[in-house]
Write a protein that binds this ligand. Structure first.
Ligand code: MRU
Length: 343
């Protein structure tokens, strides 16, 4: 299995800087940002230089390492990072794990312990993606046309990807698959990032707009849907990029499987159902403008909920590194989750 020749986020040796591939600039330019303070990392997360649930958690963990190296107040640093993006639970999961590591660490070794923990979070996510790929690839038939929404690739994770990891693993196993990448209004993660990643991998990818999905389903041109997740509630409801729910409804109407691929760090058993998930509202200008060019008449307001919730009953299966959750239910999630997360 090939590793991507790029990484969304790395902590440099010496732990004094975090390097981010600025996803706002892709695919036009590959620009790496060198960040040396937790404030810069928090801004990069909020402004989406780094995005995707697992990658946000990893970046936040590395941000805490920068704070620890500078002897900064870790409680304040954690609060700053926690205030960046509310929906992806990986952020809060990573921060909680780092807090527990700090509580266990001797004062003299605090920064070293946190750096090791952050690198472990990163490495474990990369491994989880590879295991999800192996589990999920078996559900992708040879010759199928697969629709994906947003970007759940190496860019959104510690490496390899969740939904795109499943598709990569199927491709690497020799299956011929055609990927339809939803453009993903308004931020265009699909057109910009998914298309960039899959084309670099030599995979067959075609960009479509969400408005085309119904037509393509009705013509039998989509066999399967695979998406990632930002939070999976205890009952199996899934929060993911705005537009995902509509795709799931179409998949059900046309009797096509709708798969979610997510590492266990995205499962929030403390959250009873999708109604309890806080949905991020992003600036309306991300809808009314593109790269500073006004698309809607000035003075007309716009809405921008950045995520939606797909109810568990519309999800055919959840692919995790711990195995397949199918059927998607509270009982099956608890069974696959097994013993409480030791992290
Ligand atoms: O707003 P974003 O780009 O951070 O949203 C990302 C998504 O919704 C992804 O589908 C999700 O995080 C899964 S990433 C493996």
């Amino acid at each position: 299995m090939s590793e991507a020749p790029y990484s969304p986020v790395e902590l440099l040796p010496g732990d004094d800087a975090v390097v981010l591939l600025d996803q706002r600039e892709l695919p036009a330019q590959e620009i790496y940002l060198r960040l040396t303070t937790v404030e810069e990392v928090a801004r990069a997360i909020a402004e989406m230089a780094v995005r995707g649930a697992p990658a946000i958690g990893i970046a936040a963990a590395y941000g805490l390492v920068l704070a620890a190296r500078k002897g900064a107040d870790l409680v304040a640093a954690e609060r700053l990072l926690a205030g960046t993006r509310p929906t992806a639970v990986n952020l809060f999961w990573a921060l909680a794990r780092m807090r527990r590591a700090a509580e266990r660490a001797p004062r003299s070794a605090l920064a070293d312990v946190l750096a090791a923990e952050a690198r472990a979070i990163h490495g474990e996510d990369r491994d989880a993606c590879r295991r999800m790929g192996a589990v999920g690839a078996a559900l992708v038939p040879d010759g199928s046309a697969v629709l994906t929404h947003c970007n759940a690739g190496a860019l959104a994770t510690g490496g390899y990807g969740t939904a795109l990891g499943v598709l990569r693993a199927a491709h690497e196993a020799g299956k011929r698959i055609r990927v339809l990448a939803n453009e993903t209004r308004p931020y265009l993660q699909g057109a910009r990032l998914t298309a960039w990643e899959l084309s670099r991998l030599g995979m067959d990818v075609t960009v479509v707009t969400e408005g085309m999905d119904g037509h393509l389903f009705s013509r039998g041109e989509i066999d399967l849907v695979v998406v990632g997740a930002d939070r999976v509630a205890a009952n199996g409801d899934v929060a993911n990029k705005i537009g995902t729910y509509g795709v799931a409804c179409l998949a059900r109407l046309h009797d096509r499987p709708f798969l979610v691929a997510a590492p266990w760090s995205t499962v929030d058993l403390a959250c009873p159902d999708g109604g309890a998930i806080r949905i991020e509202e992003r600036p309306a200008t991300e809808v009314t403008e593109f790269r500073g060019v006004r698309l809607a008449p000035s003075g007309v307001p716009a809405r921008h909920p950045a995520f939606d919730v797909t109810p568990a009953r519309l999800v055919s299966a959840i692919v995790t590194e711990r195995g397949l959750v199918r059927p998607v239910s509270a009982g099956e999630l608890a069974r696959v989750g097994g013993a409480a997360d030791p992290g």
